[in-house]
Design a protein around this ligand. Sequence first.
Ligand code: ASP
Length: 347
Amino acid sequence: MKNTVYVAYTGGTIGMARTANGFAPEPGLLERMMRRLPELYGDQVPDFVVKEYDTLKDSADMSPADWTAIGEDIAANYDAYGGFVILHGTDTMTYTASALSFMLEGLAKPVIFTGSQIPICEVRNDARNNLITSLILADSRDIREVCLYFNGLLLRGNRSTKVHSVGFDAFTSPNYPALGNIGIGLDIHADRLLKPNAEPFRLVRSGTDPVAALRVFPGITGDVIRNIAKPPLRGLVLECYGVGNAPRHGSGILDALKEANDRGMVIVDVTQCIRGSVDLTGYAAGSWLADAGVISGYDMTVEAALGKLLYLLGRQLPVAEIKHEMQRDLRGELTAPPRPVVEARTD
Ligand code: ASP
């Protein structure tokens, strides 16, 4: 029996039209264009319904409240459809896909994010292929996770990051191989997909507490951290050098980080390097961070670390548990460290 896929159009270039101020979303355009594509109605493509959101957004305007709205939409339609395609702007697609990978607990169906660099109404576009392939992928009975499909690559949503502002090859997954390579054939690597789990499906709404990401740079001072880490900030993703290092001597950041940690803020160390993992035991220039209460984000992307923090805050967990869960692999977002997770100090 043919599955039906639920397509949520949230905005983004895929359904935009040219205006005097550049591309902007145009209500109704995407569905109009889709009706003109006979290949969408053939045997190889599942049946689908399209839900266009009332306010179509350039994804630069997406916030955690939008992640919750998309999650609620999926949850409300979860039982009725075999899979979901989320059409979304490319700029923040990896943030939304990462966040939803955590928020959709016990997910047992495919949720495929896609979009395009050129709108579907243009003669030359990448929208048509991304859309058709995503519909086919959303019909899969093997995929039980949030993915991103773009330009021939099926990636785990919470492992993906945008690396090209204009190229068709806009996304990559630096620390986990592609889940699928779509060329002449649809090559899905079953061994890389998340395995079925017995958890019942449930939506956890995103936390709304303020969190931030900050890139460490030569010359950063304790006051820069203090200004950002002011209450009510609850979490900070610190993008450090190499295996997680930051300047200790003369910067004053140790005291600033300790103060924030002592107030109950969760500080997660991720690397600025595109590939590889944090190891706070690797260098003296990093181990003092662990002593200050900073926890390792291992090889998580910044997007995954932020989405996971907000998800755990949304679950209203105590700080010690948030720190513990941040260092554990929940949805394939991080490569588990070879040794047991060291409990971070919380006092
Ligand atoms: N600015 C657009 C957006 O993220 C870019 C795109 O969709 O490709 O909505």
